[in-house]
Ligand binder design. Structure first.
Ligand SMILES: Cc1cc2nc3c(=O)[nH]c(=O)nc-3n(C[C@H](O)[C@H](O)[C@H](O)COP(=O)(O)OP(=O)(O)OC[C@H]3O[C@@H](n4cnc5c(N)ncnc54)[C@H](O)[C@@H]3O)c2cc1C
Length: 155
């Protein structure tokens, strides 16, 4: 339950929308960041993963409504959600250029400093609640039925 709650798809979508607004507002060499092909490419990759996460959540919702279980769909939420959010917030920091390095009380801060703050916050959530490496072990062993990792023999 805790892991599932760490990656709300609606919050993810609203952060994506805010990121797109930020890219329209910020400039790079005199042009809007949103018009830069390299930055657009990174945005598309993130947008695709946000859509995939939303579809996965709809799969979980359908399973719950139909009283079915979708264990694998549930297992990927924490891993994908926290890593994607960290990447999205970090991309916004890049979009702001040198302003992305600002932190604290300064008039040039964008979005009240939420991009920088959430970038660090989601780095913590990649660890808290079980690290990404442990999530991958769980997905491999319990979701995909792969062999368990070797354990050290007790002394
Ligand atoms: C922001 C935050 C909030 C937290 N909140 C809570 C809380 O409310 N309650 C609570 O009890 N705890 C909380 N924690 C602790 C958290 O659950 C642990 O930090 C987390 O489970 C990782 O355990 P560890 O720190 O002992 O790392 P370790 O288990 O020592 O892992 C160290 C590194 O080794 C890797 N690793 C370890 N074992 C394996 C393996 N078998 N295969 C592959 N890689 C492996 C890990 O992925 C990690 O990168 C929180 C942590 C953070 C960062």
């Amino acid at each position: 339950h805790e892991r599932g709650s760490l990656a709300d798809p609606n919050v993810m979508q609203s952060r994506l929308n805010a990121l797109i607004d930020l890219m329209k507002a910020e400039t790079l060499d005199g042009s809007r960041v949103i018009d830069n092909p390299v930055y657009r490419d990174r945005l598309m990759a993130i947008q695709g993963r946000v859509q995939a996460l939303r579809c996965n959540d709809l799969r979980l919702l359908s399973a719950a409504v139909n009283r079915q279980s979708a264990p694998l769909a549930g297992m990927v939420v924490k891993l994908q959600g926290t890593e994607l959010r960290h990447e999205l917030e970090g991309f916004a920091v890049d979009v702001m250029g040198e302003l992305g390095l600002l932190y604290g009380d300064t008039p040039r801060l964008r979005g009240g400093g939420s991009w920088q703050r959430d970038y660090m916050y989601f780095l913590g959530l990649i660890i808290g609640g079980g690290t990404s490496q442990i999530q991958k072990n769980i997905i491999a062993e319990r979701g995909l039925d792969m062999p368990r990792e070797p354990k050290l023999a007790r002394a």
